[in-house]
Design a binder for this molecule. Structure first.
Ligand code: G4P
Length: 525
């Protein structure tokens, strides 16, 4: 029987997994896909290295560098829920892409390596989630290895990230002595390595102790865990669903993605508390309800040439409200133009499939011939509104770039235009000579740019490093005179023809501001 629209929408759970590289994001994603039946064997998909990981492994450079630089979207069903995982690249140079992906989710799972604790990239990503006020679920990984003490990890979480925590479970030993977890939430103990004739889950009695005879009871690990749990019961935070929903309290799960321990319990509990698709604000400060009759969504990512054989370009849309049906006509208010959506995809673990129907909470991919831009709103019918703008990140590194072969100038400009629309690099030009300057958050983005220009547009580029600069836009552009610019304060235009100063450093910027106090500079984010 077909579900009705309400049931369809409320069954969606759309989230991202955030972490510092190597915390185990790929590994846990595989395990989740396995539980969702999207892959057959929990051990077969080896993300970055074997190249089987669907959409997150399409770029050659990823294989060369052994890193994951693109986001992918994966979908599966579990326990009556339709799960959408937006994978985010772990490498710090790609944070801009990652940040935008976080604008399209309703919750985040934060992976922490138990030996390393809270790492720099985790902090950055966490802050973006916190700013959005979305719920954050923490998975402390690699309990099969010797790591930091669990209490120390909880303390670090609260001190470094300034978020309160609630331990959903507690490890009993760790590394070689990892016996299992004390599951506070489900009131049971889960054994890490049950004997053949043993149950995996053991009950807990009213005193909070193991209710059955077991050799574990005599171990110091069990006694320590029990002591810690008592301490948490008395002095720790209370479980509070409302505070979790606001992102003020993070439920913490200990486990091991690699040995697949604690992942299923995590998934089940997560799905119970992760929010269904949430309303979203428009530029006019009105909320759009997911169950509204109007189909609406916004583009948070554009990717060219996902499959080099097809040279296609895909705009990723997070559906905010209503239902999508293949063949429907939508408007992009920025362009005041209609599009008939016939070529669309959704993302399953193994394949991109044509999608016929999708609802609020889902992500669909629209084939794009160069019309869409990141941040665009798409809506059906006569509705006319735009969602709040996505944050733009101010680039810090700049290069001057041109085609080695002037005969290739047309492909050069086409390639740059497409890659800029994807949002991976930002485009500037000098005022009169119109030399192209590119800006990025990290060096690796330039390498990817160079590689893709060669591989996809057959253009060899020449890049001249300009080093780091402080980019500032100008509120009162009309008051800017070219004579204000100089070696230390380059005046350029961005791709919307807005003037931007590229200062040599903060010192140069302050000097400029002292000299021209009437010029109002601002930073994008
Ligand atoms: P990432 O996507 O967050 O970057 O991390 P990924 O899953 O690739 O995991 C990074 C490394 O950590 C991998 O080892 C992976 O096998 C290991 N790992 C992940 N979860 C666990 C865990 O629960 N316990 C232990 N002990 N290790 C874990 P690698 O040696 O770098 O890669 P590979 O050679 O296994 O591919």
């Amino acid at each position: 029987m077909q579900k009705n629209k309400h049931d369809e929408i409320t069954s969606r759970r759309t989230f991202a997994i955030i972490s510092h590289p190597d915390a185990g994001k790929t590994t846990i994603t595989e395990k989740l896909l396995y539980f969702g039946g999207a892959i057959r064997d929990a051990g077969t998909v080896k993300g970055k290295k074997s190249g089987k990981f669907a959409t997150s492994d399409w770029m050659e450079i990823e294989k060369q560098r052994g890193i994951s630089v693109t986001s992918s979207v994966l979908q599966f069903d579990y326990a009556g829920k339709r799960v959408n995982i937006l994978d985010t690249p772990g490498h710090e140079d790609f944070s801009e892409d990652t940040y935008r992906t976080l604008m399209a989710v309703d919750a985040a799972v934060m992976m922490v390596d138990s030996a390393k604790g809270i790492e720099p990239q985790t902090i950055k990503l966490f802050k973006v989630c916190k700013m959005r006020g979305i719920p954050i679920f923490t998975f402390i990984n690699k309990m099969d290895r010797q790591g930091k003490e669990p209490l120390e990890l909880m303390e670090e979480l609260e001190e470094v990230l300034e978020i309160q925590s609630y331990a959903m479970n507690w490890p009993i030993g760790m590394g070689k002595e990892f016996l299992g977890i004390y599951d506070r939430f489900n009131e049971r103990i889960e054994l890490a390595r049950p004997n053949a004739d043993e149950e995996r889950f053991l009950p807990i009695d009213d005193e909070g102790e193991l209710a059955v005879e077991h050799s574990m009871k005599e171990t110091s690990y069990y006694k320590q865990a029990l002591e810690d749990v008592m301490l948490l019961n008395e002095a720790g935070n209370d479980f509070d669903e409302e505070r979790i929903a606001k992102g003020d309290l993070t439920p913490v799960f200990f486990g091991s993605a690699l040995t697949n321990f604690g992942v299923q319990t995590f998934l089940e509990t997560f799905l119970q508390f992760a929010p269904e698709p949430q309303p979203r604000l428009t530029k006019d400060a009105e909320y759009v309800d997911p169950e509204s009759d109007v189909f609406s969504g916004f583009i948070f990512k554009i990717q060219a040439n996902m499959n080099p054989a097809h040279r296609d370009r895909i705009a990723f849309v997070r559906i905010v409200s209503g239902e999508f049906e293949r063949g429907m006509t939508v408007t992009v208010p920025r362009l005041s133009k209609n599009f008939k959506l016939t070529q669309t995809t959704q993302f399953l673990a193994d394949d991109r499939e044509t999608v016929n129907q999708a609802v609020a909470g889902d992500i669909i991919g629209l084939y794009d011939t160069g019309n869409y831009q990141i941040g665009d709103t798409v809506i059906s019918g006569k509705a006319n509104f735009q969602f709040e703008a996505l944050p733009q990140f101010t680039p810090e590194l700049f290069v001057r770039v041109n085609a080695k072969n002037v005969m290739k100038s047309k492909q050069f400009h086409k390639g740059i235009l497409q890659l800029v629309q994807e949002g991976a690099i930002q485009y500037y030009k000098t005022l009169h000579t119109e030399e192209v300057i590119l800006g990025a958050v990290g060096q690796l983005q330039f390498e990817v740019f160079e590689h893709r220009m060669r591989a996809e547009y057959h253009v060899e580029v020449q890049m001249e490093t300009m080093g780091s600069k402080v980019a500032r836009w100008i509120e009162n552009e009309e008051d800017v005179k070219e004579s204000m610019a100089g070696q230390r304060a380059l005046l350029v235009k961005d791709r919307h023809d807005q003037k931007v100063f590229l200062f040599e450093n903060n010192f140069a910027m302050r000097w400029f501001q002292d000299k021209f106090p009437d010029i109002k500079l601002y930073n994008q984010l």
